[in-house]
Design a protein around this ligand. Structure first.
Ligand code: SF4
Ligand code: SF4
Length: 198
């Protein structure tokens, strides 16, 4: 493990954490995230770059032996399901780091997308992406037009929100663009689905 690279990555994470904190604060009227709510970690693919995965593993090695074994058992059973899946590209699974208390066992070491779960985002194609949990009555659910998956301005007025809902361009491509965020101190490396890193 390249600890020098991880040191720079940690500095980068501190930067994006403070940027994202500002976004969550600005959008707090629409956000329901709280400890123990983990639908966003129940079903997904969790794409992480190489440096993120190394950092996640740093968190993994800090877990107790018992917890490490539990994570590895979860990984093993996901891998077994993955092998059997007809459509591997679309294969979704519960993140193996989500513990039985529905908390992230490596929270401080979690990946970049994990830090953005719950925000309204916009891709480089300018297409709005609503958090999936709005369909569960959670983030932004009160102001989303369900048919068009768009913000309904009338609902924003109706519920008298103070701030307009705002979408941020924080997909992994943008967040890992060294020109924007990281300088040239380290490279992110290849991006793969979490299960493919094991
Ligand atoms: S993003 Fe949605 S599912 Fe995830 S913690 Fe926030 S409210 Fe819960
Ligand atoms: S690493 Fe943690 S926050 Fe990210 S998907 Fe897994 S359990 Fe959720």
């Amino acid at each position: 493990m390249d600890f020098e690279r991880l040191k720079y990555f940690k500095q980068y994470l501190n930067t994006i954490d403070s940027v994202l904190k500002g976004y969550f604060e600005e959008q707090k009227e629409y956000i329901c995230c709280k400890r123990g709510c983990a639908y966003c970690c129940e079903k997904g693919q969790y794409p992480f770059s190489e440096v993120e995965f190394d950092y996640i593993m740093l968190g993994f090695f800090k877990l107790s032996k018992e917890e490490q074994i539990k994570v590895l058992e979860r990984v093993k059973s996901i891998k077994e399901e993955y092998e059997k899946a007809d459509d591997k590209k679309a294969f979704m699974y519960r993140c193996p780091f989500l513990n039985n208390e529905k908390e992230c066992s490596i929270y401080d070491f979690r990946g970049i997308i994990c830090r953005t779960f719950g925000l309204l985002t916009v891709g480089s194609n300018e297409k709005l992406k609503v958090p999936f949990c709005q369909s569960l009555g959670l983030n932004f659910s009160k102001v989303i037009n369900q048919e068009e998956k768009k913000i309904d301005e009338e609902l924003v007025k109706k519920y008298e929100y103070k701030n307009q809902p705002k979408a941020y361009c924080i997909d992994l491509k943008n967040m890992t663009d060294p020109e924007i965020f990281a300088g040239k101190a380290f490279e992110f490396g290849e991006i793969k689905k979490l299960i493919d890193w094991f």
